[in-house]
Design a protein around this ligand. Structure first.
Ligand code: ADP
Length: 630
């Protein structure tokens, strides 16, 4: 096949446009991304060659080479890795396969500074070449294919690229960047050396660059033409002892494995010897990737077996609720020819997975205790995913629950800083439950009528405003032996509302008639009507049975198209409230019926629910106001 001009997929085009036109403060990261791809390609060759050593052809020494030419204003990254076939080049370099890409790109603001930050969460990889280059030429041949089955991929603009057949005797890929005028510095020899050094020291493959010309005194001495030297020590970072590794190196390695632009929040590097032998280096990123909530996307743990790269996205080693963790696992106990299927049933994998989960949870716990401010940032970014934990991993439910943070009636503003342990430490002596309230927003929660008696008694209530919260709590059951109690459900303990005195009893008795009247008026919409002990100021509230679904859960289930059982609420009425007194004085059926409707509608609104007929409520309210005035 001869030369062909092809259009980029829309998403690739958008990303390319952004790369070409966005001003990056840190343009040199293109080199990290391309070296990372080159070293991945070498890793992949080594892996495929485990099954077919002929892929090494006649050059088993794997390496990445970088050539820069300041006069031609080019920089080229060569690797003798796996290479790409024509189809692969079209697929990998002309399209972006990450799902959710177009929503992400469409959501960018157009403000270059903000977008440049967001794009870091996306991980741009190969396209970062266009930050500094206006023309990129890729020559590549897949290992094992004939020399004339190589291709040249050329892109000079934003819309299309050409692909043509070429001959290439050595396998692998070379990526040549024709630098923009203002990016000439990246081809400068010293600059290239220092940048490569920075980005490649921790990489296990030798990264080579031409030897510097010897500073010869004698005229006419030619420098050795094609002599290369490795610029890195080419030892995989995780195999080195912890004490020898600087924080900066850990951070660079993170960016290399994750394609993230920002530093990680924290990491944990451990070597385990004994029944199982493995090394893990696990990182917590500082921000969520754009597709964090997509449970299908690939995750960030790379599996190596005895230093040989086996696979990206070794999802068997971490549960879904820890899918934000990135890093490397190097095991000596698994066979080199391991497949995802073998991993699935392996006891060694289960055991390593258990240990890694513990390691991550301990790392988070330490962060929460030692640097609560840093932890607060983590919680904002990843809390939503961690909340899937108790349902997915009941063994560690309590440990995971210990990492949760909420707003509470004892904390200020909208900070989520109350943990269950904090709550328990502030509990009253007589209290044995953890009380919580679920609401659509923090403002709604803080002003909720359900809090009245708790505020009067000085009892703390956790305020849950995330749509997952209630579901999560239902999988936790209890924390540190204390049960959870939704304050809108069931009867409240006497430790909160106090035991009823004589006065209460006689009032309740004398209000039986009015309760019956209200129940009749509401005509089957409530299960029962009873005197409340939750309210001090408001006239009424809706309460659900202990195990009934809350309105929020109902909404979630309805939205998911699931059948929702019909649970009628109980209307609790404040017999000390003037509206209730008025209702009880009212003799006429019609009038008391209207007041009962008003009472009910207010209770519905206070519960954060919608009225079936809002305009009728408004009409009744106005009628009442008008009567009061006249
Ligand atoms: P990512 O590396 O995150 O998948 P990139 O945009 O950097 O995304 O690269 C896209 C794909 O192109 C890679 O997954 C790989 O299949 C292919 N690729 C890029 N560079 C090389 C290379 N030097 N050798 C072989 N394949 C490569």
């Amino acid at each position: 096949m001869t030369a062909e001009t092809l259009g980029f997929q829309t998403e690739a085009k958008q990303l390319l446009h952004l790369m070409i036109h966005s001003l990056y403060s840190n343009k040199e990261i293109f080199l990290r991304e391309l070296i990372s791809n080159a070293s991945d390609a070498v890793d992949k060759l080594r892996f495929e060659a485990l099954a077919d050593s002929s892929l090494y052809e006649d050059s088993p020494d794997l390496r990445v080479r970088i050539d820069a030419d300041v006069d031609a204003r080019t920089i080229t990254i060569h690797d003798n890795g796996i290479g790409m076939s024509r189809e692969e080049a079209i697929e990998h370099l002309g399209t972006i396969a990450k799902s959710g890409t177009s929503q992400f790109l469409n959501g960018l603001s157009g403000d270059q500074k903000k977008d440049a930050q967001l794009i870091g969460q996306f991980g741009v990889g190969f396209y970062s070449a266009f930050i500094v280059a206006d023309k990129v030429v890729v020559e590549t041949r897949r290992a094992g294919l004939a020399a004339d089955k190589a291709v040249r991929w050329t892109c000079e603009g934003e819309a299309e690229y050409t692909i043509e057949d070429i001959e290439k005797s050595d396998r692998g890929t070379s990526v040549t960047l024709h630098l923009k005028e203002d990016a000439e510095e990246y081809a400068n020899d010293l600059r290239v050396r220092s940048t490569i050094k920075k980005y490649s020291d921790h990489i296990a493959v030798p990264i080579e660059i031409k030897k510097l010309a010897p500073q010869s005194e004698e005229e006419g001495t030619e420098p050795a033409a094609d002599e290369y030297q490795a610029i890195n020590t080419a030892t995989a970072l995780w195999t080195r002892p912890r004490n020898d590794i600087k924080d900066e190196e850990y951070k660079e390695f993170y960016k290399y494995v994750s394609h993230d632009f920002e530093d990680p929040i924290t990491w944990s590097h451990n070597r385990v010897e004994g029944k199982l032998d493995y090394t893990s280096l696990l990182y917590i990123p500082s921000h969520a990737p754009f597709d964090l909530h997509n449970r299908e996307v690939s995750r960030g743990l790379k599996l190596y077996i005895q230093r040989t790269f086996i696979m990206d996205d070794a999802s068997q080693f971490l549960p879904l609720y820890l899918r934000f963790v990135k890093g490397v696992l190097d095991s000596s106990d698994l066979p080199l020819n391991v497949s995802r299927e073998i991993l699935q049933g392996s006891p060694a994998v289960d055991s390593i997975r258990g240990a890694l989960v513990k390691r991550v949870l301990d790392m988070l716990d330490k962060m929460a205790k030692e640097t609560p401010d840093v932890y607060a940032k983590f919680w904002t970014e990843f809390g939503g995913v961690l909340k899937e934990g108790p349902a997915e991993d009941s063994t560690n439910a309590e440990k995971i629950g210990g990492l949760f943070r909420y707003a509470s009636t004892k904390t200020e503003g909208d900070v989520l800083s109350a943990s269950f342990s904090d709550y328990i430490s502030r509990m009253k002596d007589s209290q044995d439950k953890i009380y919580y309230l679920v609401a659509d927003s923090l403002t709604a929660a803080r002003n909720s009528t359900y809090l009245e008696v708790f505020q009067k008694q000085g009892v703390e209530v956790l305020l849950l405003t995330d749509r997952l919260d209630e579901w999560t709590i239902s999988h936790l059951y209890e924390f540190d032996g204390k049960q959870f109690q939704d304050i809108t459900k069931g009867e409240l303990d006497e430790s909160i509302v106090g035991s009823p005195d004589k006065d209460d009893e006689s009032k309740t008795e004398s209000s039986t008639d009015v309760m019956d009247k209200i129940k009749t008026s509401l005509n089957g919409r409530v299960d029962s009507v009873r005197a409340t002990r939750r309210l001090t100021d408001s006239p009424a509230c809706l309460v659900y049975a202990e195990h009934a679904l809350s309105p929020q859960m109902r909404k979630m289930m309805e939205a998911a198209g699931q059948p929702v059982p019909e649970d009628k609420p109980i209307l609790e009425v404040n017999i000390n409230h003037p509206l209730v007194a008025k209702l009880s004085e009212e003799a006429g059926d019609e009038k008391s019926g209207e007041l009962a409707e008003l009472l009910y509608d207010q209770a519905v609104l206070s519960a954060g629910e919608q009225l079936d007929n809002p305009s009728l409520f408004v009409k009744r309210l106005n009628q009442l106001l008008f009567e009061e005035r006249s």
